[in-house]
Write a protein that binds this ligand. Structure first.
Ligand SMILES: [Zn+2]
Length: 320
């Protein structure tokens, strides 16, 4: 019979303790060596809308300071103060989040993100598109809202080949007429000419792959285009609807959440500010009155929200 002395027991306990500690400790350098990612992270959000399957793909979230040119008709100090209501650090967080809609017979991409031209950490669209289980080769239609670079640049890959090789590209006819006019390009201020040139680069040599649509038209079952001019002359939004459910993709008719709360404020990037304000209010009123879901291209990801009237402006409530 073995008798354990108190000393032996303590020694044994110490040994067990040491073993336990060393196994817990896991010689920590292994943990510290895990690489950081350096990107926002992959992101997509999917939901059913009647018979439609809607996927929001995160392209990137840009974090930036408020600048004097951001709002045309308000003092910088007032804008900075308003931004701190939702961002105590005073920074604007601007997601880029295009939609993909599968209506059961067609796979439709609604705008395409920044592509690969803005820098190494911008443009995670392709990665997140694949992470969502989607294949660019299966896309039937690329449906474009307007011709700002963050909406059309993803049509081309870095080597200028087509990101969606089998898709036709549907663009708003009024937007095409405005940006493809050499006369408008000549009249544009120097700083605005780059957008005209970018449009020509993206749509170059695409022949009859490009189809122009008149806003108001149903593109495929469940996706209707709605004229929402002002942000650009031919800016177009998308009404998704199936069964009893509707989702209004405002795109940039109310760009970031700030302009939902302050619809009277004029975004520096709006081409026709007074018209943009009128369109923005009309559209947000419609969403509130008809109690439909809404989302924006730059709303807090994943964006799908209910909208309520709030004083002079509106407020977003996440519906995800
Ligand atoms: Zn945009």
């Amino acid at each position: 019979m073995t008798t354990l002395s108190r000393r032996t027991m303590l020694a044994g306990a110490a040994t067990v303790g040491a073993a336990a500690i060393s196994s817990l400790n896991l010689t920590s350098p292994v943990k510290a060596a895990a690489p950081q990612f350096g990107k926002t992270g992959s992101g997509f959000y999917r939901r059913k809308l009647g018979d439609l399957e809607v996927t929001t793909i995160l392209d990137e979230i840009l974090v930036r300071d408020v600048t004097a040119s951001m709002v045309r008709n308000a003092e910088l100090a007032d804008v900075q103060k308003e931004v701190t209501v939702t961002s105590p650090d005073g920074k604007i967080r601007q997601p880029y989040a295009p939609l993909v809609v599968n209506n059961g017979s067609k796979l439709v991409v609604l705008d395409t993100g920044n592509g690969t031209r803005l820098g190494p950490n911008l443009g995670q669209y392709a990665e997140n598109f694949a992470a969502a289980g989607l294949d660019t080769k299966n896309v039937d239609i690329v449906l474009i809202s307007h011709f700002h670079p963050d909406h059309i640049n993803g049509i081309r890959l870095k080597d200028e080949s087509l990101a969606f090789p089998n898709a036709e590209i549907q663009v708003p006819a009024p937007e095409w007429a405005f940006w493809m006019s050499d006369e408008n390009m000549a009249k544009a201020p120097e700083a605005g000419r780059g957008t005209f040139m970018n449009v020509r680069r993206v749509f170059k040599d695409l022949g009859d792959r490009i189809k122009q649509y008149q806003p108001g038209k149903e593109i495929v079952t469940g996706i209707t285009t709605v004229a929402t001019p002002g942000h650009t002359p031919g800016h177009t939004s998308f009404l998704l609807s199936s069964g009893k459910e509707s989702l209004f993709m405002v795109v940039d008719a109310a760009t970031i959440e700030l302009f939902v709360r302050k619809p009277n404020w004029h975004l520096g990037f709006d081409s026709i500010p007074a018209l943009a304000e009128e369109t923005r209010k009309k559209m947000l009123d419609m969403v509130v009155t008809d109690r439909m879901l809404a989302t924006g291209y730059h709303w807090p990801f994943p964006g799908i929200s209910y909208v309520a009237k709030d004083g002079e402006g509106y407020r977003l409530y996440s519906a995800t």
